[in-house]
Design a protein around this ligand. Structure first.
Ligand code: PXP
Length: 252
């Protein structure tokens, strides 16, 4: 028997937003994000993530209602910290609520949440969600102030924004990417040491998932756009299975 301690497992949350983007591009009923969620479950996903944006550009309210009915996997409901979204979360009581910053004009979630500067409001915002049994996660950058503030406002989870790292890798800026990864690693270790559960996500691909999957402190990654894009070529199930394989190889 090996005396090596067991490494904590890492979960793969599949974000299905961009299945809805494709559906909405033509105003059709297909492709259905709920069907994608069921397929993701069969392909080895550990959770489903969906972001209900204020402008409903991809996921719409009915998708959330149908996901809550149809899937056995935990739903990670991404939303902005608005009264409207809080009411929707309290109605459905998903397994987890991930609070993200949201700007109407952005193409995707550009940065992390400003927790430190908005701590009083976030404390009051999070409390009823926690009371309803939702695990509350905050999507943040690698700034140490945000980690400390996440603890103070009552979050149980922080998800670190990996988008900048992935962009630097894609641009071939290896040195800058290494520096960004080192900063993320320091923040991830600090958050874990402080007792927060650590997740990572945004922009992750087959080529960028490994360093995060290899960190013991990271317990979940959430990946969407790349998987849906790759589904065009290899199918969604195989894309998810390949991501899972790469994560497991990096963690082994
Ligand atoms: N995690 C969070 C908090 C996000 O906002 C997003 C994008 O909706 C993702 C993960 C997934 O990012 P991507 O679609 O680039 O994989």
């Amino acid at each position: 028997m090996s005396s090596q301690p067991m490494r904590p497992p890492i979960r793969l949350g599949v974000n299905i937003d961009h299945v809805a983007t494709l559906r909405n591009a033509r105003g059709s009923a297909y492709p259905d994000p709920v069907r994608a969620a069921l397929l993701a479950e069969a392909a080895g996903a550990d959770g489903i993530t969906a972001h209900l944006r204020e402008d409903r550009r991809h996921i719409v309210d009915d998708d959330i209602a149908r996901l809550m009915q149809a899937i056995a996997l935990p739903l990670n409901f991404e939303m902005a910290a608005t009264a409207e979204m809080q009411a929707i979360a309290l109605r459905h009581k998903p397994h987890a609520v991930c609070i993200v910053p949201e700007k109407r004009e952005e193409r995707t979630t550009e940065g992390g949440l400003e927790v430190a500067a908005d701590a009083n409001r976030l404390t009051g915002f999070i409390a009823p969600l926690r009371d309803a049994g939702c695990r509350v996660s905050l999507f943040i950058g690698h700034d140490a102030r945000q980690v400390e503030a996440a603890l103070r406002v009552g979050a149980s989870v922080v998800e670190f924004h990996t988008g900048h790292y992935c962009d630097l890798v894609a641009e071939g800026r290896a040195e800058a990417a290494e520096a960004e990864l080192a900063a993320l690693r320091r923040a991830i270790e600090a958050a874990h040491a402080a007792g927060l559960e650590v997740h990572a996500g945004h922009g992750l691909t087959f080529d960028t998932v490994a360093p995060f999957a290899a960190m013991d402190a990271v317990r979940e990654v959430n990946i969407g756009h790349f998987l849906v894009a790759e589904a065009v070529f290899m199918g969604l199930g195989p894309a998810i299975a390949e991501m899972r394989r790469r994560m497991d190889a990096a963690r082994a």
